[in-house]
Design a protein around this ligand. Structure first.
Ligand code: SAM
Ligand code: SF4
Ligand code: F3S
Length: 441
């Protein structure tokens, strides 16, 4: 009888990619994926350390697992991801229910750690070895079998923004070899994938053997079966000329660019050690808009970074007004252990909450206006899966907005023309167009 593994994933898309690759890896030693935690022989928690009480969330989750298995044989409990990297030995000491701690750059060793595990010897593996990890992962197939797939091309970060734990949890910047990436992209295409989302903590800092992100996009563009290309997350400083230029001729790059700006104030950007100014950011925005006025930007914002005054905050609101960001994220600054900003004086919670509310209101307004403008128009949608109740189809627009429509299960994996009949802040609703010759918005 095969063993069953259940993975719970917190955090960013890279953790989602990693969890899928861990499923691919443990299959080699006889593990089968289960969606029911209570059936698992192995429970793996893939954690995120980016904000707030990250490690507390992990212990809370482990507590929940303990309850589920109170009257059953305990599963093998593995904590992976960024909290595992940051807290390592501490976690084993604090909760003996945890058996294995494994950091994000050590997943190539996961099978070995599982097979050799004994109750007497808890395991901690947090070495940074991205080269071996990706060599190993390239030998086993990425088997998502989905219409849209993540593909990590770069990992780690050398930028050290003063608020961020990522350089410590993911290690130094590493770019995978070009051929390794292309083999994975072709294999995904052959399994029916239509959209590839290239991933990296600084995806546009990709650099290997003289090749850049633009070279990867150009090469994936040639894979016939791939119809959409996206990349995330980019850093404003790495929006190089070659990457901007590619928007002039690419037929597959989607017109939504996720380019986190964090703040609209140069003073705050400087305090954050972001290494770019608003003027430079707007220059990139204008160059791209000139190439294609339909391009939209999305961003991440940190509200109430230490030192943020009303004037700085207003500059963030003004920037949102000018760029008209859609599909964006905003968070109140959260002090992270080990980072420079951890030692700085935080801003009053009430003020921070008010500022967050204002920013979100503005971002939501932009989104509502954008979605409303699509009502009665026909848009291209990649059909991804059935909705939870199986009555409709879920897909995404070119701008990553969720679209729910009446359609056929056999259309999953296709790009369809959908007439939008209704919208709200986060979702578009519509129906499939029978005459696919009509003009698309
Ligand atoms: N590499 C990306 C960049 O440079 O924009 C960001 C990656 S980070 C995983 C995702 C987002 O989390 C950041 O853009 C930032 O807005 C947010 N974030 C990171 N550290 C944070 C902190 N200490 N407090 C609040 N938000 C934070
Ligand atoms: Fe974190 Fe991004 Fe800054 Fe790197 S560039 S330190 S990942 S916010
Ligand atoms: Fe979280 Fe690590 Fe991603 S801290 S956001 S899982 S890189």
């Amino acid at each position: 009888m095969s063993q069953k593994i259940f993975i719970k994933t917190f955090g960013c898309q890279m953790n989602e990619y990693d969890s899928n690759r861990i499923y691919d890896a443990v299959k080699e030693i006889g593990f089968e994926k289960t969606d029911r935690c209570e059936d698992a022989n192995c429970y793996l928690l893939n954690t995120c350390h980016i904000r707030d009480k990250a490690s507390e969330k992990v212990y809370h989750e482990i507590g929940r697992v303990k309850k589920i298995f109170r009257s059953k044989k305990k599963p093998l409990v593995i904590v992976a991801g960024c909290v595992a990297q940051a807290e390592n030995q501490e976690m084993l000491k604090r909760d003996p229910y945890i058996d294995i701690i494994i950091g994000p750059q050590a997943y190539h060793k996961i099978n070995d750690k599982i097979l050799n595990f004994t109750e007497k010897q808890k395991v901690e593996e947090t070495e940074f070895d991205a080269v071996s990890k990706f060599e190993y992962l390239s030998r086993i197939k990425n088997k998502t079998g989905k219409a849209t797939s993540f593909l990590t091309i770069q990992e780690g970060c050398d930028k050290f923004c003063n608020f961020c734990v990522v350089p410590y949890t993911r290690g130094p910047e590493y770019s995978r070899p070009f051929d390794q990436i292309m083999n994975e992209a072709k294999s995904l295409a052959n399994q029916g994938c239509k959209e590839i989302i290239l991933l990296g903590q600084n995806v546009n800092a990709y650099f290997n053997n003289g090749l850049r992100l633009s070279n990867i996009i150009n090469e994936i563009e040639k894979i016939k079966k791939i119809e959409r290309i996206r990349y995330t997350t980019s850093h404003p400083k790495d929006m190089t000329e070659d990457l901007v230029e590619i928007y002039k001729y690419s037929k597959k790059l989607m017109p939504l660019i996720h380019l986190p700006v964090q703040s609209g104030s140069d003073k705050i950007l400087n305090l954050m050690n972001r290494k770019h100014t608003i003027k430079e950011y707007l220059k990139t925005f204008e160059r791209l808009k000139k190439i294609n006025p339909l391009i939209e930007f999305s961003s991440d914002f940190i509200i109430s970074y230490p030192g943020e005054e009303e004037k700085d905050f207003r500059e963030t609101l003004n920037l949102i007004e000018d760029v008209k960001f859609i599909n964006s994220y905003s968070f109140i600054f959260s002090p992270r252990p080990g980072t420079v900003a951890d030692r700085l004086k935080t801003i009053d919670k009430k003020i921070s909450l008010k500022r967050l509310e204002k920013v979100q209101e503005k971002l939501y307004q932009n989104q509502i206006i954008k979605n409303k403008s699509l009502e009665n128009k026909i848009i291209n949608v990649l059909a991804e899966n059935q909705t939870g109740d199986r009555t409709k189809i879920f897909g995404r627009s070119e701008y990553m907005t969720s679209v729910i429509f009446e359609g056929n299960k056999k259309d999953i994996g296709k790009i369809l023309q959908i007439k939008i009949t209704k919208s709200n802040r986060n979702t578009l609703f519509g129906k499939v167009i029978d005459n696919p010759k009509q003009k698309v918005a």
